[in-house]
Design a binder for this molecule. Structure first.
Ligand code: HPA
Ligand code: ZN
Length: 340
């Protein structure tokens, strides 16, 4: 391992763009399929992994929704989230803000409470046993209509203390943020913070809408913001964080080549960028593999990597004192030259 890889490994960091259903590894999918007596259309883990070759976002989403059908019981959701936390505890992750897609489960007859009880129990254990703090962000599926999102928000109100924010994900093109204006207004009135996927495949106009019509505090992905100079100025001035996902971008053909990834360009334009893993079981790597991939392709320095990790704490949905404590840990690590 190179010195810079070791530096990344131990770097304290927060993950802010992670779909828990996207951490379902093929091995675990087979275990849960057997436990729940669900037939998978693949004969082996290798065959399933071989199918992970996506042309675009929709090609991925089709397999992502198919894969999560093995999640039925509270314990399944617990096991899923616990496996993720155990894995990233070894990657320097000290805080995680985790997306979940309730509609992808309730539409299959799994109760909202089954999903959130399992996830939340894992997060509590993660804090107690691994020292990772974590929060849940409930995403609305944008390919469904706003009424469906409203009904999901109604259910979420019963679990308000266990959800920090609402988000927006799934098929972006043709489903602009403005479609969800009313449900986001209601969610924010109820005290939820807001984020939205925007500018992954959709145009810069969707990023404007997410800011102006949904009132989001962060933009998930946001790559296409670079097409619009006025938008870049707005994001930089307001210090609106972007949760960038390099390996996802490569696997979903948002970028053609990692050496052409816009992360460095974003940094140079003054944007607050973070590095995240999106759906690591599908895209070939967890958060550190994402840091490693952009570092190698764009020749990022230790100072740039540390600045990205710092951004992840600044951008987190934590109080000022909690952020300061995490940033102090980071500064301490960097001050010791990355020694553990
Ligand atoms: N984009 C949109 N929806 C998603 C993604 C993504 O990268 N991952 C899981 N749902
Ligand atoms: Zn995502």
């Amino acid at each position: 391992m190179t010195a810079i890889s070791r530096f990344i490994e131990g770097l304290p960091k927060a993950e802010l763009h992670l779909h828990i259903e996207g951490t379902l590894e093929p091995e675990q999918m087979f275990v849960l399929a057997e436990r729940n007596r669900i037939a998978l259309p693949y004969g082996s883990v290798e065959e399933l992994r071989g199918a992970y070759d996506f042309e675009n976002l929709q090609g991925f989403l089709d397999l992502y929704y198919q894969g999560m059908r093995v999640l039925l019981e509270e314990q399944d959701f617990y096991d899923l989230a616990w496996a993720y936390l155990e894995r990233v505890a070894k990657q320097g992750v000290v805080h995680a803000e985790i997306f979940f897609d309730p509609q992808a489960h309730t539409t299959r007859g799994v109760a909202f409470s089954t999903v959130i009880d399992g996830l939340h129990r894992a997060l509590r254990d993660g804090q107690a046993r691994l020292g990772i703090t974590a929060k849940l962000i409930m995403c609305f599926l944008r390919h469904l209509d706003q009424d469906d999102a409203m009904r999901t928000l109604d259910e979420a109100l019963d679990h308000k203390d266990r959800i920090v924010a609402v988000g927006l994900d799934s098929s972006e093109l043709g489903h602009p943020p403005s479609k969800f204006r009313n449900v986001f207004a209601r969610a924010r009135n109820a005290g939820f913070l807001a984020v939205a996927h925007a500018g992954e495949e959709g145009p810069a106009a969707y990023v404007w809408e997410a800011l102006d019509e949904l009132g989001v505090a962060r933009i998930d992905h946001g790559n296409r913001s670079l097409d619009d100079e006025a938008l870049v100025r707005r994001l930089a001035k307001a210090k609106t964080p972007l949760t960038v996902c390099p390996l996802s971008n490569l696997k979903l053909a948002v970028v053609t080549d990692m050496t052409r990834h816009p992360l460095k360009d974003m940094i140079e334009k003054g944007l607050v960028v973070t590095v995240n893993s999106d759906d690591p079981a599908y895209f070939g790597g967890y958060i550190n593999e994402n840091y490693q991939a952009v570092q190698a392709a764009l020749d990022l320095t230790r100072a740039q990597l540390a600045a990205i990790a710092r951004n992840s704490f600044e951008a987190a949905f934590l109080g000022a004192a909690e952020k300061q404590a995490l940033i102090a840990r980071l500064d301490d690590y960097v001050g010791r030259g990355g020694a553990a």
